[in-house]
Write a protein that binds this ligand. Structure first.
Ligand code: NAP
Length: 291
């Protein structure tokens, strides 16, 4: 069994999706959940890379119930086709970990016209979660785990410049922290909308983790990250905790850091801001929440 600072529940017979499990924190999150016996589905844009991770997870955990399925979060058509294929193959979904993320240093648009960071980190995960909601509800008790970041505290939702044409900023003040605030606002709003359904939604900061997320940063930043940041295994511990700890049973709409509840940005309590982002997300993704 893998070492974890907290007691986690077994996940035998539970179906679990982890997005972004082909690299970094997602690989180690998937490893923890595979080690707990979950039936894992790993959506990935790079099949060969994800297949190699799958083989490594099978070898290290002995769990063979791991499948890779195609999903490019930079395309809403790909999100739709993933939801269709997953729904054709599974009746329920017990845990959905929204972990994939990008932090590009150059502005680019997705095929749907989203700024890439907001498109991948927020809008695609919004569409994916709403598409999978019938299966989450069908599971009886299910968990949605949203990997945000402490940087959500620096985020803002730029309704007047959603494609970052006027100003792109940096990792500390551009679409990346904004997308992580969008993750937090989405998690809290979804938790409210799902009260009483058995589906809980929580969000978290994984720590400052040495991964390829900083791949586009300069060499000094990358050296600093490699030398001082925590390992991806440690970075996966809060995700695994929120996904599988009995302590989190029935807890919803909360923010976690280092495997305990933490204080999020006061912006998450702004109901008008949450509602405005939700309406915009429904409009731009063309996916609606069914109460
Ligand atoms: N690292 C940190 O210090 C830190 C701190 C706070 C929060 N976080 C959050 O933690 C999460 C994981 O980050 P990480 O550091 O592990 O990053 P990473 O090592 O760069 O991994 C990102 C993952 O997302 C996937 N991904 C990116 N774009 C995608 C797309 N268009 N479609 C499908 N999958 C896509 C990547 O797939 P490929 O393998 O194909 O590239 C990879 O599996 C992110 O949400 C990030 O915001 C990280």
């Amino acid at each position: 069994m893998m070492k974890h600072p907290k007691t986690l529940s077994r996940l035998d017979g539970k179906t679990v999706i982890v997005t972004g499990a082909s690299d970094g924190i997602g690989v180690e999150t998937a490893r923890y959940l595979a080690d707990l016996g979950a039936t894992l589905v790993l959506p990935a844009r790079n099949a060969a890379k994800a297949d190699a991770v799958r083989e490594d997870l099978v070898r290290t955990t002995g769990n063979k119930n791991i499948t890779v399925m195609p999903l490019d979060l930079a395309s809403l058509a790909s999100v739709r086709s993933f939801v269709e294929s997953f729904t054709a193959a599974h009746k329920t979904l017990d845990v959905l970990v929204l972990n994939a993320g990008v932090s590009p240093t150059q502005r680019a648009l997705t095929v749907d016209g989203f700024e890439t960071t907001m498109g991948v980190n927020h809008f695609a995960h919004f569409a994916l979660t709403l598409g999978l909601l019938p299966l989450l509800r069908a599971a009886g008790r299910a968990r949605v785990v949203v990997v945000s970041s402490k940087l959500h505290l620096r985020g803002d939702i730029r309704f007047d410049d959603m494609t970052y044409e006027k100003s792109f900023g940096s990792m500390m003040s551009g679409p990346y922290p904004d997308s992580k605030l969008a993750n937090a606002l989405f998690a809290v709003e979804l938790a409210k909308r799902l009260e009483g359904t058995g589906v809980s939604v929580n969000y978290l900061h994984p720590g400052v983790v040495s991964t390829a997320l900083a791949r586009d940063m300069n060499a000094v930043v990358r050296w600093f990250a490699k030398t001082f940041f925590i390992t991806p295994e440690k970075g996966a511990q809060t995700s695994a905790y929120v996904a599988a700890s009995p302590d989190v049973e029935g807890v919803s709409g909360k923010y976690f850091d280092e495997c305990r509840e933490a204080k999020p940005s006061p912006k998450v309590n702004d109901t008008a801001l949450r509602a405005r982002l939700w309406e915009l997300s429904e409009k731009l993704t063309n996916v609606r929440f069914e109460a």
